[in-house]
Design a protein around this ligand. Structure first.
Ligand code: SAM
Length: 320
């Protein structure tokens, strides 16, 4: 078997699948004010799918696993809970024995959790950018934040491991950092604060104005808590800290503390294209008949050596 690895000894162990490239929220970091909910043409030439259904997608994933011996499969999007076949798709992947994780905005999660067997998902990352309804609306253009909070309660009641993700935007939700930290900490949930990334409409414009760095986040938390840094896990996106009150939080500092050097992620979009890096603007189309070893070798070359350089694609398209 050909070993897929590069000069930096990186390979692919985590597969992130963007099941669908639409979302029921219109978060400001994914979609600009002008774009709103209207689906725009992609900025790159993405080859539309030869993949007919979730069974075919499942076959490609099994083939990728046979080459890569995957350690994690993460379902994302767009918003993966909008994918109509998500339940049978998860059920079809389960026999592979690879932990299946989900990244969701949580809006429709309660419904999904009621349909899925309790052990179907290994863990769930839920995006939660604010606890204040007005700030949540400003970011997501949606009301009914309670739906996400109810889904969090249900996941906890079912003993499903969850983490929260909050993208911090200066002047918009930076004042939500402490309330979110405390909300998560009191429930024994780890929350990760994400530095804004230069993607989509942030690729060339507005970025500096809206950027709130890891240092800014730490300084804000240190105004109220003493904090201790924890050791970084290999290939992790986040660095973690513990507050003196026992709250664990992470920061995904893609801009100021990049983690490309040991990145092990491979992306597969809803059209059946793979990408070796978030900043790769050249999708590699795959199907059941593709020479996947060759395609993966090509994808690995897309990884940046040191730092994410930005992308004209929004996370909606490539899968966050
Ligand atoms: N809809 C799901 C959700 O909201 O979690 C999954 C897809 S979403 C694109 C995945 C993650 O990407 C979210 O945590 C979101 O906050 C993050 N994201 C999207 N655009 C971003 C950007 N420009 N900078 C930083 N994080 C971003």
């Amino acid at each position: 078997m050909t070993k897929i690895s590069d000069l930096y000894n990186r390979t692919f162990k985590t597969l992130r699948i963007s099941l669908i490239n639409t979302c029921n929220l219109a978060c400001t970091y994914c979609v600009s004010e002008e774009e709103g909910r209207i689906k725009k043409e992609s900025k790159i030439n993405i080859q539309k799918s030869k993949i007919k259904n979730h069974l075919e997608l499942g076959q490609i994933i099994k083939q990728l696993h046979s080459i890569l011996n995957l350690e994690t499969i993460r379902l994302t999007g767009g918003e993966p809970t909008l994918y109509k076949d998500i339940v049978p798709f998860i059920e079809a992947l389960q026999p592979m024995g690879v932990p299946i994780k989900l990244t969701t905005n949580g809006y429709l999660l309660k419904n999904l959790l009621e349909k899925l067997p309790d052990n179907a998902l290994d863990s769930i990352n839920i995006s939660l950018d604010a606890l204040d309804e007005d700030v949540f609306f400003q970011i997501s253009k949606r009301r009914n934040l309670y739906k996400i909070l109810e889904a969090i309660d249900l996941a906890l009641a079912k003993n499903i491991h969850i983490k929260l993700n909050c993208v911090v935007i200066k002047g918009m939700n930076d004042q939500q950092i402490l309330p979110l930290l405390e909300y998560a900490g009191k429930r024994n949930i780890t929350i990760r604060f994400l530095e804004l990334m230069r993607m989509g409409h942030y690729h060339n414009a507005n970025f500096e104005n809206d950027f709130f760095s890891e240092t800014d986040i730490l300084n804000l938390i240190k105004q109220k808590y003493s904090i201790y840094k924890l050791e970084r896990q290999k290939s992790a996106t986040a660095n973690h800290w513990l507050t003196d009150s026992g709250y664990k939080f992470g920061i995904i500092a893609n801009e100021t503390e990049p983690f490309c050097h040991d990145c092990n992620r491979l992306r597969l979009d809803s059209y059946g294209n793979i990408y070796g890096c978030l900043s790769a603007n050249s999708p590699i189309s795959v199907s059941e008949t593709t020479d996947l070893t060759e395609a993966l070798t090509q994808a690995l070359k897309q990884k940046q050596p040191v730092k994410f350089t930005g992308s004209a694609l929004s996370m909606l398209e490539i899968g966050g």
